[in-house]
Structures are given as structure tokens and as C-alpha cells.
Design a protein around this ligand. Structure first.
Ligand code: HDD
Length: 750
């Protein structure tokens, strides 16, 4: 398929929408006076309500009205009121005994305002506290119809969804680009009840039994004495645990790989991790694993980029998701399933399907597409939607059931339980973002924050007083089916199956599947993380685990730590690599990618204008970078040298060779300047050097070519210096399909 065409199709008229934002007749763009920003004084209604602001609707046992108007919303009328709707004249001064006097206890408005404020925060999630979400639509392909009755997978069926992406370890205010697993939780509001697919961007987990979850999380969270380090695994308690608890080694090598530092939420795969059971109308079952495949491919940051971004833009992933959606470059994934026969052994190709530390390589069981997800709307209010959304693995629609994976079984308890504290009670499914889109007629009553005004007198069954309502669904009314799986007669034990004892074979499979450059990144990640540990014994113990994965990996990490490489304690597993696990070797569309364009007074304005438009129509985002804000040749400057940093760009174009500006603000924090080519602003040189180091495509035309020559990078792989601006952009875009200029990384590992 033609990637450029795919980009066009994907972005469609949305790219035009972005282009509109920068056309001269839009307020704020050059050529028209910016609108005055004055406080409006004529009372008018607030913004019209959005769908998600509607209050929960409740079906009563007798079908009578609930008393809660469906249109209830947070903001009505033009005037400021108390929480009880009394209009207020003044909210800027407390009621005092004279202008200089003390505040009166009787000031009920003051007390209401401050009391509410004092209670604005709710507990953050105990894990996955840092996250961001978006609304979208899922469309079924109908390809799974033979396997499951789940209606949302039917051909052409559209289902609204809300997705929340997250990191695991950090607090709510921590940085986005830390090395960590990412959460990928999807709420499908199906008309047969809500389905929550609560997955990660890695297909395996640290532990095989949910009872160990507090252990791995206590080990990964900051040390309890000093509460550092924040949002990272590079510390003693994490490595103490994973080196002792070797079933964590497979997930850990994924975390140490580039998958631990995604370029964007849009470029992550998602995995349901566990094996689930699908059941069709005839009651036949199969076992499946869920996969999300991103349309843009799987891409990662480099470690240096990730570290820089944590300072330069700690909200990088959040911003990237919102910007892409608001620009119309809607993120897309295909949902796929790997299908396995539901045999009593629950294994496939010798792999235990109940062991969440194991994958089934795609080469052995193809991922078959069953539907498509498009994220097309950002939340209206972060707290109401993204913070209050509550996922739970027990939110299952008819046609999908669980298996006995002991991690999944424990999760079925934890997700309901955690909301009771986090959302303060059992009625969290009535919060608008959690409200099912299917009709609800339960017999759950009362509790904190009950929103429904239930009618009737008989929330019990059987009853005659409410006319027998609600009625259990018959077999033809499409109820949830608990698959009648036979439970083996077995002694009550605290034990795992013997197959769960294999802790290294798949970590080795992952290592052997990596390209040389990916292997090198893994080595460096281990060397960094273990290098941050204080206890020698922990480093040595982790090296012993690496020896059981691969001798080259172990030797290289040991060299980085300055320690001897131990011998394996068990024979190395004979495993075939899975090429599908590597991120390299394929080409992808470049929708929503960011291209920095450096300009100065000598740049050719027509050429720059054309390149900018061409970047737009290719579905990417051009950012004009110049010495100062404002405009250059009538074009708005989006980044000045003071606000730009290379890590924001996927590719860099130079249409000028800006000289240092001695009379403007100092070019550098340190006025002595920075080393580099004389006559070129050192911040531009730094941008070029960083982009080159991070293996990004760089292009230049006109005076810009001189910058690349002076920076010493002209003529190296992935640096385009010949042709017009348009020709340079074409060549740059072709190279961007591989994400990075991989040839630029020296590969020392075969
Ligand atoms: Fe979990 C949140 C994913 C194992 C207990 N988990 C949470 C979120 C994701 C995952 C994406 C964030 C949901 C959101 O955005 O609101 N968790 C996973 C995956 C696991 C996993 C893919 C293994 C395959 N989790 C796991 C175990 C337990 C938990 C074994 C407990 C026994 N997870 C929780 C939790 C959280 C949570 C404490 C915190 C906030 C929440 O649930 O709603 O219940």
C-alpha cells in the first residue's frame, strides 16, 4: 500500500481544518487584527451542554418516571449562584466586620466555596494514577461472528468508547515519558452492557498470581522512607524484587526495551494480556488473546529524548494525543484476536494459556482483525471523565467470559473494590462517564452518592408488588452466559502449575527477536537502571538472571556495571525468534508527525510557505521555528529559539542559517556561549546535533544547507541537502516512514 495515500485518506478534510487555523483571515493570524480580549459584561447562557454532561437516566421497576430530569447539567442560566441556585452579587470579598475587620462566621457563601474547594481532590489511583483519555468509536468487522455472540463485534456495528492511557508507577502529576509499562484501558459502551478491556502496551505481566500484586507495586513505587525516586523502576527495591522473583524477568525485559518509552500513545500496541473465552450462539467456545494494532506502527523515543522530555514537556504524551485529535489526525487501532481451541489442557503449541508471563508468538497464531477503533473527541472536563472513569474486568458483555488465569481471577476482585475508596461508594456506575449506554434495571439501592430516584417498593425477587419487575432474561433474550466450564476436582492448595516454573525461555525469545540496535538499547537500559542501585548484591543477583536469558546480554550489562558476568544456572532455552516483536524493518504512515522548520530573514518565503502547506497535506504538523515569536514573512512563528527543543520534532528542516543575535536576549543561558560553528546561533546547532544524535531525518535547502555543513552532519545517512524545499520534503517524508535513520546508530551487538 502507498503510505502517502494512506496518510491522505486517514487525515482527509481534518488536515484542512488544521490548515484553516493558520490561514491569514483567521483571528490571531497575521493579516488581521487580533480580537480584543475583554471581559464580557452582558449576561448570557453558558456554553451549550454536551452529551456527556447529562445525568444518569434510571429505568424504574415499574417503568415510571425517575424524577431526575435527563437534561440536568452542571451549568444553567447566565448568573453566578450558590450550589443551591441562589444568585450571588459578589464572590470576590468575604463578609467582614468592616473593610478591615475579621471574617464573619455567618458568611455562608464563603464557607460553601472554601469547603467545596477543600474537598476537590479524590484519592489518585493506587497504580496508573497518571493518565489521559479520549472518546471514540469502535466499528466491528463481523469477522468474529462465528466465535462470539458479542454484538459490538458484528459487521458495521458502531459502539462508542472511552480509552484511558496511563503510566503505572508515577503519581498523578508525574512525567509522561518515564520508562514504564503503559496502561491501555478501553470502555466499550455496548448496547448489551459495558465491556472494559483493561490492557497494557506489553503482552505479559510481572506476576502469575494476583496475590503478588501488592508486592510488585510496593517494590516499584518510591522507597517508603524518602519517597524517591518518582515514576521509575531504576532503584533498589524494584530490582531487589524482580531479581528474586524471576517470573518477573520476561515483563522486565519488555520494560527495558524501547517499548518502555513509547513515542506516543498513538504508536503503542495494546494487549489484553490474559486469555479470554469467547462463546457463540451454539454455546461453542474458543480461547483468545486480544491485541490492539496501531495504524501508525509501534514507535519509541530514544532514552535521551525521553529524559529530556520529562523536563522540557512532562505532558508530552497527553499533549500529543489531544493535539492529534484536535488537528483531525484521529488515532486508530485495529482490534485483533489470536484464537486457540478450548481444550482441557488450555495450552497452545506447548505454551500454557493461563500463564500471564507468556505470549503466543504471532508467527504461531496469527492476529486476526475483528474491528477498528478511532479516537475522535477529547474530554470536555478532565476530572469528570478521565479521572472518574472506572474500569473493571468484570464488565463483560454476553459472548465474552473469563478463564482461570490466576492473575485475571484476582483482578476480577480488585477493580470493583478499588473504586469504593477512590470514587467513595458503590454508585460509581452512575457517574456520567461510567454510565452504561444499555438500559439499566438492577435491584441495587441506596448508598453514598445515589443519583437515581428509584420508584416501586420491591427491589427484590420474586415479587408481586412491583408486578414482578425486573424479570430475568430468558435464553433468547441475549443474557450474559457463564460458560459451564468443568472445574477439576482437586485439593484446595496454595500452588501454581509446574508449567509456571519456566521464567526465562520467553525473556530469551524476546531478546533473540530484537534487531541489533534494539538489543543495544536494552543493554543500556539495564546498565542505567542497575547502575542506579546502591546494593552490589542486587546487581549481582540480576546479572545471574540475565545469564539465564542470554550470555551476550549478561556480558554487556556486566561490562557496563564493571562486574564479572556470571554463568547461567540452567541450560539456555531453545527458542525460535518472533520477528513480529521487533519495531524495525517496516514502513508506516507519518500522520500527525511534527516537522520543525527553522527560518530566518534570508529564508525564501515562497519556498517555506509551500513546504509548510505540503507538510499539512501530508497529514503532518509543521512548526515554524525562528529567533523570536510573532511572524516571519507574514507566517506565524510557532516556536522561538527560547521555546523550541529538538525533542518535540520527528524531523527537522532548515530553510535558513540564523546568526547569533547579540543585541537581543542572550542567545544562551551561559553568556559565554556554546561550542559550535561561529556565525550560527548555538541553539540551532544544538537542535541539529540533538536531532542527528536521536537519528531523526534532517533536511535543508537554500541557506539552511550551510548549517548542516558547519554542524558536520551533511553527507551522513538521513541528511537531505539537495533539491528545492519541496524535493527535500519528499525525500524527508520517505525516510520518516522507517521512523528513524537506524543506520546512524552503530550496532555493536550482532
Ligand atoms: Fe491493574 C488499574 C492494567 C494487573 C489492580 N490496571 C489498572 C489500569 C490498567 C491496568 C490499564 C488503569 C485503568 C484506568 O485507566 O483507570 N493491571 C493491568 C494489567 C494487568 C493488571 C494489564 C495484568 C495483566 N491490576 C493488576 C492486578 C491487580 C490490579 C493483578 C490487583 C490484584 N489495577 C488494579 C487496581 C487499579 C488498576 C488497583 C488501580 C485503579 C483502578 O484499578 O481502577 O484495581
Amino acid at each position: 500500500s502507498n503510505p502517502a495515500r494512506a496518510v491522505k485518506d486517514a487525515v482527509g478534510n481534518a488536515a484542512e481544518k488544521v490548515a484553516d487555523v493558520l490561514t491569514p483571515d483567521v483571528p490571531g493570524a497575521p493579516g488581521s487584527a487580533p480580537p480584543p480580549l475583554e471581559e464580557p459584561t452582558t449576561p448570557h447562557d453558558p456554553l451549550p451542554p454536551k452529551k456527556e454532561q447529562g445525568a444518569p437516566e434510571t429505568v424504574t421497576p415499574t417503568g415510571a418516571r425517575t424524577g431526575v430530569p435527563k437534561t440536568a447539567k452542571g451549568q444553567q442560566g447566565a448568573y453566578l449562584t450558590t450550589a443551591n441556585g441562589t444568585r450571588l452579587r459578589d464572590t470576590d470579598h468575604s463578609l467582614k466586620a468592616g473593610p478591615r475587620g475579621p471574617i464573619l462566621l455567618q458568611d455562608h457563601h464563603f464557607r460553601e466555596k472554601i469547603t467545596h474547594f477543600d474537598h476537590e481532590r479524590i484519592p489518585e489511583r493506587v497504580v496508573h494514577a497518571r493518565g489521559t483519555g479520549a472518546h471514540g468509536v469502535f466499528t466491528g468487522y463481523g469477522t468474529a461472528e462465528r466465535l462470539t455472540t458479542a454484538g459490538f463485534l458484528a459487521k458495521g456495528r458502531e459502539t462508542e468508547v472511552f480509552v484511558r492511557f496511563s503510566t503505572v508507577l508515577g503519581s498523578r502529576g508525574s512525567a509522561d515519558t518515564v520508562r514504564d509499562t503503559r496502561g491501555f484501558a478501553t470502555k466499550f459502551y455496548t448496547d448489551e452492557g459495558t465491556f472494559d478491556l483493561v490492557g497494557n502496551n506489553m503482552p505479559v505481566f510481572f506476576i502469575q498470581d494476583a496475590i503478588k500484586f501488592p508486592d510488585i507495586i510496593h517494590a516499584g513505587k518510591p522507597h517508603p522512607d524518602r519517597e524517591i525516586p518518582q515514576a521509575q523502576s531504576a532503584h533498589d527495591t524494584f530490582w531487589d524484587f524482580v531479581s528474586l522473583h524471576t517470573e518477573a524477568q520476561h515483563h522486565t525485559i519488555w520494560n527495558m526495551s524501547d517499548r518502555g518509552i513509547p513515542r506516543s500513545y498513538r504508536t503503542m500496541e495494546g494487549f489484553g494480556v490474559h486469555t479470554f473465552r469467547l462463546v457463540n450462539a451454539a454455546g461453542e467456545t474458543v480461547l483468545v488473546k486480544f491485541h490492539w494494532k496501531p495504524k501508525l506502527g509501534v514507535h519509541s523515543l530514544t532514552w535521551e529524548e525521553a529524559q529530556m522530555l520529562n523536563g522540557f514537556d512532562p505532558d508530552f504524551h497527553r499533549r500529543d494525543l489531544y493535539d492529534a485529535i484536535e488537528a483531525g489526525a484521529f488515532p486508530e487501532w485495529e482490534l485483533g484476536i489470536q484464537v486457540f481451541p478450548d481444550t482441557p489442557e488450555e495450552t497452545f503449541a506447548g505454551i500454557d494459556l493461563l500463564d500471564p508471563t507468556k505470549i503466543v508468538p504471532e508467527e504461531l497464531a496469527e492476529v486476526q482483525p475483528v474491528g477498528r477503533l478511532v479516537l475522535n473527541r477529547t474530554p470536555t472536563n478532565f476530572f469528570a471523565e478521565t479521572e472518574q472513569v472506572a474500569f473493571h474486568l468484570g464488565h463483560l458483555p454476553p459472548g465474552i467470559d473469563v478463564t482461570n488465569d490466576p492473575l485475571l481471577q484476582g483482578r476480577l476482585f480488585s477493580y470493583l473494590d478499588t473504586q469504593l475508596t477512590r470514587l467513595a461508594g458503590p454508585n460509581f456506575t452512575q457517574i456520567p462517564i461510567n454510565r452504561p449506554h444499555a438500559a439499566v434495571n438492577d435491584m441495587l439501592r441506596d448508598g453514598f452518592h445515589q443519583q437515581a430516584v428509584h420508584a416501586g417498593v420491591a427491589p427484590y425477587r420474586p415479587n408481586t408488588l412491583d408486578g414482578g419487575n425486573p424479570f430475568p432474561a430468558g435464553p433468547d433474550d441475549h443474557p450474559f452466559v457463564d460458560v459451564p466450564v468443568t472445574v477439576a476436582e482437586a485439593p484446595k492448595v496454595r500452588a501454581s502449575p509446574a508449567s509456571f516454573d519456566d521464567h526465562f525461555s520467553q525473556a530469551r525469545l524476546f531478546w533473540l527477536s530484537m534487531s541489533p540496535v534494539e538489543k543495544e538499547h536494552i543493554v543500556r537500559a539495564y546498565a542505567f537502571e542497575l547502575g542506579k542501585c546502591y546494593h552490589q548484591a542486587i546487581k549481582e543477583r540480576q546479572l545471574r538472571a540475565l545469564a539465564n536469558i542470554d550470555p551476550v546480554l549478561c556480558a554487556q550489562v556486566a561490562a557496563g556495571l564493571g562486574l564479572p558476568a556470571p554463568q547461567p544456572s540452567e541450560p539456555l532455552a531453545e527458542v525460535a525468534p518472533s520477528p513480529a516483536l521487533s519495531q524495525l524493518g517496516r514502513e508506516w504512515p507519518s500522520d500527525g508527525r511534527t516537522v520543525g522548520i527553522v527560518v530566518d530573514a534570508d529564508s525564501d518565503p515562497d519556498g517555506v510557505g509551500q513546504v509548510r502547506r505540503a507538510v499539512f497535506s501530508a497529514g503532518m504538523v509543521p512548526l515554524l521555528v525562528a529567533a523570536h515569536g510573532g511572524t516571519v514573512d507574514g507566517m506565524p512563528v510557532q516556536r522561538s529559539f527560547a521555546t523550541a527543543r529538538s525533542v518535540e520534532f520527528d524531523a527537522l528542516l532548515l530553510a535558513g542559517a540564523p546568526a547569533p543575535a547579540p543585541d537581543a536576549l542572550p542567545a544562551w543561558d551561559d553568556k559565554a556561549g556554546a561550542p559550535g560553528a561561529p556565525g550560527i546561533d548555538p541553539r540551532v546547532l544544538l537542535m541539529v546535533q540533538e536531532c542527528w544524535r536521536h537519528a531523526k531525518v534532517i533536511g535543508a535547502w537554500g541557506p539552511g544547507v550551510a548549517v548542516l555543513e558547519r554542524a558536520g552532519v551533511a553527507g551522513t545517512p538521513g541528511v537531505v541537502t539537495s533539491g528545492t524545499g519541496g524535493e527535500v520534503l519528499d525525500a524527508v517524508q520517505r525516510l520518516m516512514a522507517a521512523h528513524r535513520v537506524w543506520d546512524r546508530f552503530p550496532a555493536s551487538i550482532a
